[in-house]
Design a protein around this ligand. Structure first.
Ligand SMILES: O=C(O)CCC(=O)C(=O)O
Length: 315
C-alpha cells in the first residue's frame, strides 16, 4: 500500500469504527452493553451456572492430569486427542515452556483438531451470543476460545497495553474463583475512547508499527513483552507501573492520565466483557492459579472489508 492509499485506508477504518460505535450506542439495550460502551468493560456476575461449565472445567482438570500436574511454568499446550463415541481419547499433551517464565499457559481452540468439550455450550448461552451478536451485528457466533492458567512466576505475562486501535470485544469466563492472589486482570475504565493525547499517541504507535516490535520505543519493565520486545501497544515502566507487588483498587496513572480501574476478581461462572482497544494489564499470580477461558470472534470482517474495499484493496 502506498502512503496515500494508507491514509485513505486509515480514514475509512476510522469512519467504519465511528459508524460502529454509533450503531452500538443506538442499539444498546442492556446494562452490560451500556457499561461496555461507557467504561470499556462490564462484569456479569454468575452468568453461567456450575452445570453449564462442568465439561469445560472437567476438560481443564483432565488436561492438568495428562500434563502430570498443574503447570509450573508459562507456555503453550499441544494436545493430541481424537473424539470417540461419548467422549475424547487423549493420547498425550505437552507444555511448550517459555523462557523467561511469564506464568501464562494457553490451550487454544484453533490449535485443537477436535471441539473443546463444553466450549460450544458455554459460548451459546444467550448473554454471550446476544452481546457478541450486538457488537458484531451478526448471529453472535463465538469462534475462538483460549483456555488459560496463570501460575506463579517472577514475571508478569502482560503489562499495560492496548491490543488494537479498533474496538474489539473479548470475554473471560472464570472457570475458578479469582481472588487478589490469582492474577486478576486490571482494566483502565474509559481508556477505550481514545480521548487523551497519550491514548492517541499509543494508538498512533500501533497504527504505524502494527504488532511488529518498535526498537525506538524504550521497553523497560518487569513484564514479558518489555523483555522480549513486544509491540508498541505496550507501555514501558516510565509510562505505567507494569508489575505491582500487590493488587489494589486505587486509580491507576497511565502516561500521566488517572483512570478508575476495574479489578477482575470474581467467582466461577462470572463473565467479564471488555473492549481490548482500552488499556488493560495482566498481573502476576501471588500464589493461587487463575483458571479462565478467553472468548473472541476475530473473524468479524464485514466493516473492515468495507473499509478495505473503499481504499481500493483486495479483500
Ligand atoms: O490475562 C490477563 O489478565 C490479561 C489479558 C490480556 O492482556 C489480553 O487478553 O489481551
Amino acid at each position: 500500500m502506498n502512503t496515500s492509499s494508507h491514509s485513505a485506508f486509515r480514514s475509512d477504518v476510522e469512519a467504519a469504527d465511528a459508524a460502529r460505535r454509533s450503531r452500538l450506542s443506538q442499539t444498546a439495550t442492556t446494562d452490560i452493553q451500556r457499561d461496555l460502551l461507557r467504561d470499556g468493560i462490564a462484569v456479569a456476575r454468575g452468568a453461567l451456572r456450575p452445570g453449564q461449565l462442568e465439561l469445560l472445567r472437567q476438560f481443564q482438570a483432565i488436561t492438568e492430569q495428562v500434563l502430570g500436574g498443574t503447570p509450573d511454568c508459562g507456555g503453550y499446550i499441544d494436545m493430541h486427542a481424537r473424539p470417540v463415541p461419548g467422549g475424547l481419547q487423549i493420547a498425550g499433551a505437552r507444555l511448550n515452556r517459555v523462557t523467561p517464565n511469564h506464568g501464562q499457559v494457553r490451550l487454544q481452540t484453533k490449535g485443537l483438531s477436535f471441539p473443546m468439550p463444553g466450549f460450544a455450550d458455554a459460548a451459546s448461552i444467550p448473554l454471550l451470543r446476544d452481546t457478541f451478536g450486538w457488537w458484531h451485528g451478526d448471529s453472535g457466533e463465538i469462534t475462538r476460545g483460549t483456555m488459560e492458567w496463570i501460575v506463579p512466576s517472577d514475571l508478569n505475562h502482560n503489562g499495560w497495553h492496548k491490543d488494537t486501535v479498533r474496538p474489539q470485544l473479548k470475554a473471560f469466563i472464570l472457570l475458578g474463583d479469582v481472588g487478589p492472589d490469582a492474577a486478576p486482570m486490571y482494566y483502565a475504565r474509559g481508556s477505550h475512547l481514545c480521548r487523551t493525547d497519550f491514548e492517541a499517541e499509543v494508538a498512533r504507535r500501533l497504527t504505524a508499527h502494527g504488532t511488529s516490535p518498535d526498537p525506538s520505543i524504550p521497553r523497560r519493565g518487569l513484564h514479558y513483552p518489555a523483555i522480549v520486545g513486544g509491540n508498541p501497544g505496550y507501555l514501558s515502566d516510565d509510562e505505567a507501573k507494569n508489575d505491582p507487588t500487590h493488587i489494589d483498587w486505587e486509580p491507576v496513572v497511565l502516561g500521566g492520565t488517572v483512570y478508575e480501574k476495574t479489578v477482575c476478581t470474581g467467582s466461577v461462572g462470572d463473565v467479564i466483557f471488555f473492549d481490548s482497544c482500552g488499556f488493560h494489564s495482566g498481573n502476576r499470580s501471588q500464589g493461587r492459579v487463575r483458571r479462565t477461558i478467553a472468548l473472541s470472534s476475530p473473524s468479524n470482517g464485514s466493516e473492515l472489508g468495507v473499509a478495505l474495499s473503499a481504499a481500493g484493496c483486495a479483500v
